[in-house]
Design a protein around this ligand. Sequence first.
Ligand code: BES
Ligand code: ZN
Length: 614
Amino acid sequence: MARVRDPNTLSNYDAWRTRHTITNLDVDFAAKRLRGSVILELESQTDRASKEIVLDSSYVDVSAIKVNSTPSAWEIKPRAGPNGSPVHIAVPDGAAKGEVVKLEIELATTEQCTALQWLTPEQTSNKKAPFLFSQCQAIHARSIFPCQDTPDVKSTYEFNIRSPHVVVASGVPVPEATGGDVDGKGKLYKFEQKVPIPSYLFALASGDIASARIGRCSHVATGPNELKASQWELEADMDKFLDAAEKIVFPYQWGEYNVLVLPPSFPYGGMENPIFTFATPTIISGDRQNIDVIAHELAHSWSGNLVTSCSWEHFWLNEGWTVYLERRIVAAIHKNDAYFDFSAMIGWKHLEESIEQFSKDPEYTKLCISHKGIDPDDAFSSVPYEKGFHFIYYLDRLVGRENFDKFIPHYFRKWQNKSLDSYEFKETFLDFFGAPEYAGLRDKLAEIDWEGRFFNTGLPPKPEFNTSLVDVCFQLADKWKQKDYLPSPSDTASFSGNQVLVFLNAVQDFEEPLTTAQSQALGQAYGLTETKNVELKAAYYQVAMKAQDSSVYPGVAELLGQVGRMKFVRPLFRSLDKVAHDLAVETFQKNRDFYHPICRQLVEKDLGLVGKSA
Ligand code: BES
Ligand code: ZN
């Protein structure tokens, strides 16, 4: 059997391809449902060979389907593991190659929808209005509406969303088409996405949202109470990020770049939804120390959103490239390459941790991970990010920065508005450097072990890093190896947030943990017991839990009720579970409804509350 290009879709997208999608959805906060219709315009890829269209769906309530305005036979087949329940729609006469068939699907989302989180007014900061947000990556778009839910298919979009509260979506707002509230169902908000995008980039949010300018083509949108702080956090760097990114790749293609800062249960640091990056409120730390996340999401405007991996098996093409660009952007705005290495060293630590965590599942430590029968959420880790980064960075060093800088725009131009796999990447790279002017590189190119890089488990070769920014962190950590070290606030006074983080990670790695007294002294001297910076607080709690300082356990439990970003929630739960199992389980049960459905599911697995643990 031929290799399946995307094992996470049940759709027959070889025979039909979605070219345009119109979503007409009403936000029903009372029932916690989206209702309405979705119109998919699908182009036939064969000459009448296919008499049915198969779409992905997961827990969606479909009530009617029309094919070219005529009701048609359709059936939702039983669920097939993580891929959901395929919808089979009869197209009795098929369609000539190139002909477009219009499907109109009446639907409502259900309580089991994994893509949406509905917050009650009490769960928001000003408690005035309910809030809704979506998170479709990797395969959750199918739980909002039936679609070809594969990153290998790209479609333009039109969003017509009615809601009693402000709406944002992954399209450019069309204010003139936005209508008043005619029948009490709310105002109509219209958006257009003229750049073809994969289904996982479909996004919307609605709630009491205000916005303020942060750059030449950028606004930040968030709750009215959070607006000023969010604007301050981002306005100094937004245009610098954009300038740096455009210089490395080529001009930004999407018109606007905005950031929506979500309520704290948002499960990721950021999500690169076009026009509106969705971001965790933990980046609004009041010190501009956590906005690398925005450099990262902005970089996805090229890697991921314009040029997309064709399945989750090649996810590294999205994330590895993005981490590489993010680090180039951060180094460029500091005018100091040591920042590139600094961030790479932090990433290396995350990579080691992920590989260690997957010791029983080495498949997940490969750059290209087989996804047959796999839920991409279970395979998610730092591996595609950091191993992907190291592969790109290795190629950069191999051909030399000056040459690699010419390859970057070539690659993104060649593949823009398309999706590709790792082999197509290889071919593009070898073709480009196969040109006569690069004849001198021939031996080096022959050296590249592509298969090994794609499929070896475990750590890749470690490059030499410029350690100038970490040395001070390790020197301070070394001092803490002496049990009688007396700390002073001046120890970390000149450190950036990331430097404190590196220091804390080094302490956390001590073979012999700190004593409880040492851990408490550390927290107090360096202001970590009080910090509002969740990144630092979470790292400090890890050190304290390793030191079995039970005085922090209530604080850990409290933090777990305030943030839902999985990067913090999952490791904190795992550590709390080790030192105070009952408190961990009780904290999870208490905050169940606060967590996003994906986070809830994964923590349940981590704590061994259902099925096998990850
Ligand atoms: N696209 C990801 C988030 C994601 C990946 C969501 C897979 C669902 C499935 C996003 O760009 C990302 O990588 N976010 C990071 C931020 C970071 C590496 C700076 C995060 O959420 O921590
Ligand atoms: Zn990313």
